[in-house]
Design a protein around this ligand. Structure first.
Ligand SMILES: [Zn+2]
Ligand SMILES: [Zn+2]
Length: 139
C-alpha cells in the first residue's frame, strides 16, 4: 500500500493514489518512444479504481483497446491503459510530485531499446547546454 500523487506540466491535471503497486517498469517499446517523444518511458502500475483525477484528461487510442492519456492544455503524457489489463492503469512516473517515490524493477521490450542508452553513463556530463557537439559515433 502506497500513497502517490502527480501532475502535468501546466498543473491543470493532477492525480492522487492510495493502494497497491502492480508494476514498476521502464518501457523501451517504439510506441512509448513516439507517444512520449522520449527514448523510453517509466511507468508505475496502479489499481485504476483507486486513482483520483482532478482536471480534464484526453486520450489517444494508439491501438485497438489501448489508450494514452494526456493533458489537453500542455500535452503532458499521463497514463497508459489497455483493455488487456482492465483493472490497471500505468501512470508515467515523470508526472510524480516526488520523483524519489519510484524506482523501476524491470525493463521491457528490450529489442526496441535505443542502442545508445547502454553507453549513457560514459557520455561526458555538464550542467549547462553550451556544449560543442563531437563527431557522432554509431552504436
Ligand atoms: Zn497540463
Ligand atoms: Zn511501451
Amino acid at each position: 500500500m502506497v500513497k502517490l500523487s502527480g501532475r502535468c506540466l501546466c498543473r491543470a491535471v493532477s492525480w492522487t493514489y492510495s493502494g497497491p503497486i502492480t508494476r514498476r517498469l521502464v518501457c523501451h517499446c517504439e510506441s512509448c518512444q513516439r507517444a512520449t517523444s522520449s527514448p523510453f518511458t517509466a511507468f508505475v502500475g496502479l489499481d485504476s479504481k483507486h486513482v483520483t483525477w482532478t482536471g480534464e484528461v484526453n486520450h489517444y487510442e494508439s491501438s485497438a483497446g489501448t489508450y494514452r492519456g494526456f493533458c489537453p492544455t500542455c500535452g503532458s503524457r499521463l497514463y497508459f491503459r489497455s483493455e488487456k489489463w482492465p483493472n490497471e492503469i500505468h501512470l508515467h512516473t515523470a508526472t510524480l510530485d516526488v520523483p524519489e517515490d519510484y524506482t523501476p524493477d524491470a525493463q521491457v521490450v528490450m529489442s526496441e531499446r535505443q542502442c545508445w542508452l547502454s553507453k549513457l553513463d560514459d557520455v561526458p556530463k555538464y550542467e549547462g547546454f553550451h556544449v560543442t557537439p563531437t563527431e557522432a559515433e554509431q552504436c
